[in-house]
Design a binder for this molecule. Structure first.
Ligand SMILES: NC(=O)c1ccc[n+]([C@@H]2O[C@H](COP(=O)([O-])OP(=O)(O)OC[C@H]3O[C@@H](n4cnc5c(N)ncnc54)[C@H](O)[C@@H]3O)[C@@H](O)[C@H]2O)c1
Length: 319
């Protein structure tokens, strides 16, 4: 059945792909975004250009940290479910600009909660992050593992969202699904994330910085797997406050990613090895079996295929 989805952060990487999928499957999408300058605004605008070709798509430029304007601009829009992806993302940026995280991720999230309450919207899917886990003692990481001691403010805001939502569920019967994404990559990806930076710098002959001397281990999740997870969750009648990992379930050493990219680009990387940075997590590795049991989620795209697809997009986009 055709639904009306509000996608916050719809000009962002994941928001763009989720919106496009919903439009392709014949739903109505209302996207809001403030097109902030954390990374290339041109990239965000170009994503929107693709979405604006669909007649069932509407974009409203608005900042969720400003409740009055945000509610007013959405006054006449019909909404069945909210997919809340707008946030100040990035782990390291929070060391210099914690207030941005407060405004978008805490004040903004509170405004989204209040908006849902006022408009009697009963279901929200919200982006959380693998960063809430910090470093763990055992892997792969399950949802029940310790998350109460975030090591940077980005993770703290995301964990706070999960806790705030719980109270809104108890008080106002609003239902939530939190998706703890594990390092997402793919076409139209975020220029601040490692795979994008490696491909860009190696292509341009610039050096790349490798933290923790290349020993970081990451669970890289291809964007199509994330979209399929979101789509499966949306098909359910979600009740309560649910929290799920969305990852690939595979771990890769950062150095191996660099080697794979070198082969695919047929070019050697100039590498600057650096120590572990403050707030860095040594290892992420997901167990997504809870989501698999809930709705059949399964990661399908291997890192080799995902990297190829990303590089193909990169070459085409920047040609
Ligand atoms: N990409 C990943 O690897 C990853 C991993 C874990 C969690 N997440 C989370 O998933 C969500 C989407 O991430 P993404 O990678 O697409 O990031 P993104 O930065 O590409 O998208 C976020 C979008 O939100 C918008 N935004 C930020 N603050 C806003 C505000 N106050 N009002 C309106 N719009 C605002 C930005 O302009 C941006 O377009 C975020 O909540 C992020 O924290 C992403």
């Amino acid at each position: 059945m055709k639904k009306n989805y509000l996608v916050t952060g719809g000009a962002g990487f994941i928001g763009y792909h989720v919106s496009k999928h919903l439009l392709d499957t014949n739903h109505n999408v209302i996207c809001i975004d403030n097109i902030n300058s954390y990374y290339s605004q041109t990239l965000k605008k170009n994503r929107l250009k693709v979405l604006l070709k669909y007649k069932n798509f509407k974009f409203i430029k608005v900042d969720i940290s400003n409740k009055a304007i945000f509610s007013k601009k959405l006054l006449k829009v019909k909404i069945d479910k909210i997919i809340h992806l707008a946030a100040q993302a990035g782990v390291r940026h929070a060391f210099d600009y914690p207030r941005k995280y407060f405004l978008s991720n805490l004040q903004g999230f509170f405004n989204v909660l209040e908006f849902a309450r006022e408009r009697k919207i009963k279901e929200l899917l919200c982006a959380s992050t693998s960063s809430v886990y910090g470093d763990q003692k055992s892997y792969p990481i399950k949802e029940k593992f310790e998350t109460s001691k975030p090591i940077q403010f980005y993770a703290a805001t995301k964990k706070a969202n999960e806790v705030m939502a719980y109270s809104y569920h108890k008080m106002f019967k609003i239902n939530f699904v939190f998706m703890r994404f594990f390092t997402v990559y793919g076409p139209w990806g975020r220029p601040d994330l490692s795979i994008f930076k490696f491909v860009k710098n190696i292509t341009n002959g610039d050096s790349i910085q490798i933290y923790n001397f290349g020993n970081h281990v990451r669970d890289f999740t291809y964007i199509d797997d994330v979209v399929s997870g979101v789509s499966k969750i949306l098909k359910k009648k979600n009740k309560g406050v649910k929290i799920f990992n969305i990852g690939s379930g595979k771990k890769v050493k950062l150095m191996n990613i660099v080697r794979k990219i070198e082969i695919l680009l047929n070019k050697k990387a100039k590498i600057k090895y650096l120590p572990m940075q403050p707030g860095d997590i040594y290892k992420t590795h997901s167990n997504s079996s809870l989501l698999n049991k809930y709705c059949g989620y399964k990661s399908k795209v291997s890192i080799n295929i995902g990297l190829k697809k990303f590089i193909n997009w990169f070459k085409e986009y920047y040609k």
